[in-house]
Write a protein of this length. Structure first.
Lengths: 288, 126
């Protein structure tokens, strides 16, 4: 089993997150788990931007976009270190196993190079990183110490850049695409939206959290779920519609698929793509 | 009713809207926040779950109910994090579904032949 070990990096620049002694055992466990999961997730997501970088090169995109994607790779790796420092400051060990196997980064071989870039721009920028901006932005408002607020400020600044990369790619490329490509991209949105809903659905199984817990990084499931839904419906979908994609129709189709029409979901087992979003434990469940 | 958590969510949403650089969305978000405060009657009030955005709260609940009805349960324990997950692959069968959905809504698609770049919104294209 391969593990991510950032103990050395965390020890090199220890963080003072303030007095966390008032946290209950549950709050502390939730905060530690969240920072640990984030540490791994941020590190692993460098691959996602590496995949986008590859697609940008294949599509002959201008250098400024390559620079943004390359910077995003470094930034995700640095976010993992920031999360490791927060984890260590709360008394946790900055070491955790990688998902095994790591989720496959789709190459979109069935698409033109430009369409492949646009699919990633939609999924990574317009969806995932835009939601991340809202989530980190909300959590930052309740940070429990200057040090934690600074960690969140640094991550937020980068997430803004990552989301903007996606929207800028859409603005750069979509005006040159005809209706046939927009139809295909609108169909892709169904998969992208379903993927996003599946990825964020675990928030529904998390309890609410006290302000004290949130201040140290423990997740509030219901609140985070609302941030996800409001970002998708108030920002992402209108943004995609404004740029010529049929995002509202795609959202409706994604909800239709989730509403029980997919046999595996109805049986409580994630289907192929939802399982992929969820990671190894869900794939194992889907295989049973 | 204003809550710390609700206010934090609003600020996060405004940041996300800035990023997408949507004209009108910021105004809509601010209007929604203003309506929530007006209903509360006081900026200083604190409350329970909060109702800072009634429409969003209903959307979130409806989708959550859909997921529960579909027996999505049996949480695998995975925690959704900030790092973007790997983008999904395309599902070709959705092409026909999106065509059907748009035909029902009255939108018109150019299915072949003419495929010149389209500018403006999807609604303009219909």
């Amino acid at each position: 089993m391969i593990a991510l070990d950032l103990r050395e990096e965390a020890a090199r620049a220890p963080l003072d997150v303030g007095d966390a002694s008032a946290l209950t055992a549950e709050e502390r466990a939730a905060a530690l788990g969240n920072w640990r999961d984030r540490m791994v997730s941020e590190h692993v997501s460098a691959r996602v931007f590496a995949g986008l970088f590859d697609k940008l090169v294949r599509a002959g995109m201008p250098r400024r976009f390559l620079d943004m994607a390359r910077a995003a790779i470094d930034e995700e790796l640095s976010h993992a270190v920031l999360c490791a420092r927060a984890l260590a400051a709360l008394g946790g060990e900055a070491r955790a196993p990688f998902p095994d196997p790591l989720p496959r980064v789709a190459q979109h071989e069935d698409a033109t190079p430009v369409e492949a870039v646009l699919r990633d721009a939609i999924s990574i920028g317009a969806c995932s990183e835009t939601v991340a901006v809202a989530l980190v932005g909300a959590e930052r408002e309740q940070a429990g110490s200057p040090a934690l607020r600074e960690v969140l400020d640094r991550i937020l600044a980068d997430e803004v850049g990552h989301a903007r990369l996606g929207w800028k790619l859409l603005d750069e490329l979509l005006p040159n695409e005809g209706m046939r490509a927009r139809r295909r991209l609108s169909a892709y949105l169904v998969a992208a939206f379903e993927h996003q809903i599946a990825f964020h659905a675990p928030f529904l199984d998390m309890p609410s959290m006290s302000d004290r817990g949130v201040a140290f990084g423990a997740p509030d499931g219901p609140s985070n779920w609302r941030v996800f839904v409001s970002t998708m419906t108030s920002v992402t979908i209108p943004g995609l519609e404004q740029r010529g994609l049929f995002a509202r129709a795609a959202w409706g189709l994604a909800l239709e698929r989730i509403g029980g029409s997919v046999p595996s979901l109805a049986a409580g087992v994630p289907d192929g793509q939802a399982a992929e979003a969820c990671g190894p434990p869900c794939r194992a469940a889907a295989a049973r | 009713m204003i809550t710390i958590r609700g206010e934090a969510r609003r600020k996060g949403l405004r940041m996300a809207a800035h990023v997408a650089a949507l004209s009108g969305v910021l105004a809509a978000a601010a209007a929604a926040a203003g309506q929530a405060r007006a209903a509360d009657g006081s900026d200083a009030a604190r409350g329970g779950a909060g109702a800072e955005d009634g429409a969003t709260a209903r959307d979130a609940q409806q989708i959550a109910d859909l997921l529960r009805v579909s027996s999505r349960g049996g949480n695998c324990g995975c925690s959704p994090c900030w790092g973007p997950p790997a983008p999904p692959a395309m599902r070709e069968e959705q092409l026909a579904r999106i065509d059907d959905a748009l035909a029902m809504s009255g939108d018109v698609l150019l299915m072949g032949g003419h495929d010149a770049p389209v500018t403006g919104s999807a609604e303009v294209a219909s």
